[in-house]
Design a protein around this ligand. Structure first.
Ligand code: BTN
Length: 322
């Protein structure tokens, strides 16, 4: 570990409490000048580090930067391989690349602060500026593809649990993979799987999670304003949330629940789709329907205009405004 990285770990561990330069230098076995240099680099990266004569260094309580050092402090699963990239094209793409190089059985997690090519479902892009958590978790479930689709559902529920635990905020779910707050989409899940052609079983699955944690209103592109938002839109509320603890809690919940291929009751209770007129997008075809319920197996029961009742296993729907 570099001096900068070890220093950051110490700062995150003691957030809001000063540590003397002398204590840091002795702990890290380096010179005071090296500590000072590391502090300067961290400030350049956006960390708010207070320092002054006789006061030592202190990570400001409001400094909230996603990092591998910060995340590791809160992660309950220490054995995961964590790949942290301050910026990347898409964590799903990087996880796919890592899958080929990983050890068998290894759990790989790719996390980033921003993506330049964030991918959404159906070939759409996923707007991924700074202020979000973008992560992909590589799993190797021993199930067939049909069962594996439940991963999206358990992940949506896992993210809801983490957000409630760390931020005290209740997210809703829009079948099948969207996370909502106050009528706006604040997150999404994109699960991609590579299957064994002969057995039909999943070789590995990449569960991609994008969560908009902090967006200031003025930074939201015009075309997204009506449909997308973030968990916090005020800096003061963002500073009350520990983004590293939130990211770690998401990982822990996903890892804990991903082996259980059943639909969590929370996913059904918090689904905003039943009771609405919807449009079902299947390829080029758009069908009007009424959403009746999310069934215990995760399928969406709909009534088409013809009166026909259908169960959708997966798919893309939009809710029609009343
Ligand atoms: C959707 O809303 O259509 C799904 C969005 C999924 C976005 C996440 S962000 C992390 C991971 N990397 C990606 O490129 N996409 C997923």
């Amino acid at each position: 570990m570099s001096v900068k990285s070890e220093f950051l770990r110490l700062l995150e561990q003691n957030k809001g409490h000063p540590i003397s330069g002398e204590a840091v230098a002795s702990k890290l076995n380096c010179s005071r000048a090296a500590v000072n240099k590391a502090a300067a680099k961290l400030r350049e990266e956006g960390y708010r580090i207070d320092a002054g004569t006789n006061r030592g260094y202190m990570l400001s309580p409001g400094s909230n930067v996603l990092s591998s050092e910060g995340l590791r402090l809160y992660l309950k699963n220490p054995d995961v391989k964590l790949i942290f990239l301050p910026e990347t094209d898409s964590t799903n793409l990087r996880a796919r690349e890592a899958a080929g190089q990983g050890m068998p059985g290894e759990t790989i997690i790719v996390v980033s602060r921003r993506q330049t090519l964030g991918r959404g479902r159906r070939g759409r892009s996923f707007y991924s500026p700074e202020g979000g958590i973008y992560m992909s978790i590589l799993l190797r479930p021993e199930v067939d593809l049909a069962t594996g689709t439940l991963l999206t559902i358990t992940t949506a529920a896992a993210v809801c649990k983490a957000v409630e635990e760390v931020c005290g905020i209740r997210l809703s779910v829009k079948w099948v993979n969207d996370l909502y707050l106050n009528g706006l989409k604040v997150g999404g899940i994109l699960t991609e799987a590579v299957t064994d052609f002969e057995s039909g079983n999943i070789e590995y699955a990449i569960v991609g999670i994008g969560l908009n944690v902090f967006w200031e209103e003025r930074d939201i592109p015009e075309d997204l304003r009506e449909v997308a938002g973030a968990i916090c839109t005020e800096r003061s509320s963002f500073e009350q949330i520990n983004i590293n603890a939130l990211a770690a809690s998401i990982v822990d919940h996903v890892l804990k629940d991903s082996g259980d291929f059943s639909v969590p009751p929370l996913y059904i209770e918090r689904n905003i789709v039943p009771g609405h007129n919807i449009i079902v997008n299947e390829g080029q075809k758009k069908t009007k329907a009424y959403a009746l319920s999310v069934e215990p197996d995760g399928r969406l029961m709909i009534r088409e205009e013809s009166g026909e009742i259908r169960l959708l296993s997966y798919g893309d729907i939009s809710i029609q405004k009343m």
